[in-house]
Structure formats: C-alpha cells, structure tokens
Design a protein around this ligand. Structure first.
Ligand SMILES: Cc1ncc(COP(=O)(O)O)c(C=O)c1O
Length: 388
C-alpha cells in the first residue's frame, strides 16, 4: 500500500500490527503473506517484468514487511536489513571521508564498535558526547548528523527528540534515532522531528528471539533511494524467511509490548525495594531523570530495566542461579533475558567510556518478557536469597 493510502487509513496501532495491506495480497488472497523464497524472477520479455527482478534488490515478502513497518512508524519508507547492524552500517554509508558526526556516549556496543573501527577507518570523524545535554558546542561545518538512542542501551538516558530536532534542523544536519528499545509501539521519532529511525528488528518488532533483522525508516525520498542503492549494492537486505517471521511477530507487537511493560513496572518496583539492589534504572519510575521527557514524547516506558547489585560477585552469582529466565544477550522477545553488559552487549566499548558511563561489573540488564509477573518476582526472590 502506498504512503498516501496508508496515511488516510486512520486506525489504531493495534490494528496496524495486523499488517493488513490488501493492495499487495498474493494471487490466492492468502491471509498470511507468502514467503517468496526465490532468488530470481523470470521475465516475459525485455522490459516486461512483474516489478521484481532479483531478491538481493527486492522481494515481495520483504516489500510487505517494509510496508508494515513504515505503517507502524507513520513513515513513507522503510528498508529491511539482515540485522540491526546491517541497517546501522547502511546509514553510515551515507557519509563521506571528512564528514563529522556527533554520537551519544551511551549506545549499543556494536554501534560504537562500527563507528570506532570500520567508519573511522573510512575517514568519518566522531565526537562522542552526552547529547541529552546539548550539541551546539560540537557542531562544525563538516557535521552531517547526530546519532542517538533514547532510552539508551544500557544506562537508560533519555533525550528530548523534539528539542534536539529543532537544533539539527536549524543547522541542516540529520537526526538519526535508534528506536529499538521502545519500538514503534511506544515512540515514533519521525513524528518528533527525527530524519532517520533505526531498529534492530531482532528485538521487539520480531519479538520471539528466533530471527535477526533490522530496519531503516524515513520520509525523505532522496535518502530512501540512496539507501536502497546501498542495500542492493552491498547485499545486506532481509531474507524472505526472516521477513515472514518478522511479519508474524509484528501481529502481536502491541499486546506483547503492553504485557512486557506491565511486568516491567512491577519488577522495577520490586527491585527498587530489594535490599540486594543498589540502583534501578527504569524510565517509568517517576524519580528517573528522563521520566517527564518520556511522558511528553513516548506513549509508554518500555520493558528494559538496568540495575546494579552490591558487588561483582553478587552479579555473577545471580547470572549463575537464574532458572526461570535466561542469562543471554539480546532483548525484546517474549522470554525474559538477563544480560551482563560488561562482557556481552558492551564488551566492545572502550574501557574508559564504559567506566565513564557507569557500565560496571555490578550492572545487570533485564529485558522483561511476557511471563507471569509474580513468577518473575518469585524467581528474583529465590535467586537473591540463594546468593546472599
Ligand atoms: C539499541 C540497539 N541497536 C542496534 C542493535 C543491533 O541489532 P542486531 O543485533 O539486530 O544487529 C542492538 C542489538 O542489541 C541494539 O540493542
């Protein structure tokens, strides 16, 4: 369905998740969009084709998931990639040697690794700063973009997207927001003035810890064309089966996120009161410094909680003892995961920056799933009293 039609279709987010996109139903009107598991498409004659040529370039199942994700973000365009990192890497290909970017200091470790290794080698210059405190002092004539997450992974810093967009627009630079932590269920950065939105589709969007994917979402036609050329040229687009798994995951995005958030509120409250926990970082707690901004720019607080325990030994023992949920990387699926950012998601972050950000050996990150909330709390009780 094209953007003009989608825009007129004024339905709730829950309905959008059903991905109903009648204009591109397959020839048998299948309700579950088919997996077009094909590398190539045949032609009747020179210049006569079905609109598809070769799946590295475009594929109907991928096109379907792109259309649905664009719909969820109220956007004109979405591009699906083989991973969140492939999407971030494609965005970075928009820049040239000598271009300068201001990037937030607290980001997913893989994004920081990409900037510090591949992008820096290719001549892109970075200023790493806490962008929630302002960016104007870092802007140079060669500055092309500001890059951030909000809330950030894993320290849950919150940036006022609308306020920052006012500054980036005034200076003619791009505002790029990685919206993985809240998903389009709770935040639509393009509506707040961002130019490019990124997602690790692996996380809430697909939502079942069973596939890897990524998205770039935007409204600008020229940038969309450039990014499609980058995707086709580098061969980083999402495969048909992953596109289908993602489409299936999206059907329950609204209910999953609502339930995960409901659990997260209860767990954040529980952790706050636990004598074994020294700090809880959850933007849904009124005392969180980003709480008021979250209320303005997001429709929910998400289900990611970071927390500190009293010692590295205690953190290690918690990880060793969990049974009901898993000690694993990643986030955003139906099952609760507990992660040790120091050695997992943020192992690639330079030590100095990690220490400055507070990614200590006592920090644990929780991706709250959709299990029974009381079961999760009972599990914490059991684990904490077993390791104390
Ligand atoms: C905020 C954020 N952005 C991007 C990524 C990268 O996504 P992927 O693992 O799908 O490549 C991750 C992965 O954890 C993430 O947490």
């Amino acid at each position: 369905m094209d953007y003009e039609k989608r825009k007129k279709w004024n339905v709730s987010f829950d309905t959008k998740c059903q991905g109903t996109d009648m204009s591109i139903l397959d020839q048998y009107n299948a309700i579950s969009y088919p997996i077009y598991q094909t590398a190539t498409f045949s032609h009747r004659n020179i210049g006569e084709q079905t609109g598809f040529d070769y799946s590295r370039q475009s594929n109907p199942t991928r096109q379907q998931v792109e259309s649905v994700v664009a719909f969820l973000e109220n956007a004109e365009h979405a591009l699906a990639f083989s991973s969140g990192m492939a999407a971030v890497a494609a965005v970075m290909e928009l820049f040239h040697p000598g271009d300068h970017l201001i990037v937030d200091e607290d980001l997913y470790g893989g994004s920081i690794r990409l900037f510090n290794t591949i992008n820096a080698k290719n001549g892109i210059e970075f200023t790493v700063a806490d962008v929630s405190k302002g960016i104007e002092e870092y802007i140079r004539p060669e500055t092309r973009a500001v890059y951030l997450e909000t809330p950030t992974n894993p320290m849950m810093h919150v940036t006022d997207i609308r306020e920052l967009a006012g500054i980036t627009k005034a200076h003619g630079i791009l505002l790029i927001v990685d919206n993985t932590f809240l998903s389009p269920r709770f935040q639509n950065p393009l509506d707040l003035g961002a130019d490019i939105v990124l997602h690790s589709g692996t996380k809430y969007i697909a939502g079942h810890h069973d596939t890897i994917g990524g998205f770039i979402v935007l409204n600008d036609d020229e940038l969309d064309a450039r990014l499609r050329l980058i995707s086709t040229t580098t061969g980083s687009a999402m495969a048909p089966l992953d596109s289908w798994l993602t489409l299936r995951g999206i059907r329950t995005l609204a209910v999953r996120m609502d339930k995960a958030q409901e659990n997260a509120f209860k767990i954040a409250q529980y952790l706050k009161e636990s004598p074994y926990v020294t700090k809880v970082l959850y933007p849904g707690l009124p005392e969180h410094p980003g709480y008021e901004i979250m209320k303005k720019q997001a429709s929910g607080f998400g289900a990611m909680i970071s927390f500190e325990v009293r010692s590295a030994e205690f953190a290690r023992a918690v990880l060793e003892n969990v049974e009901l949920f898993y000690f694993a990387e990643s986030l955003g699926g139906t099952q609760t995961l507990i992660t040790y950012p120091l050695t997992q998601t943020h192992a690639a972050v330079p030590k100095q920056l990690r220490e400055k950000n507070g990614i200590t050996d006592r920090l644990l990150r929780l991706s709250v799933g959709i299990e029974g909330a009381q079961d999760l709390i009972d599990e914490f009780e059991r684990v904490f009293s077993a390791v104390k």
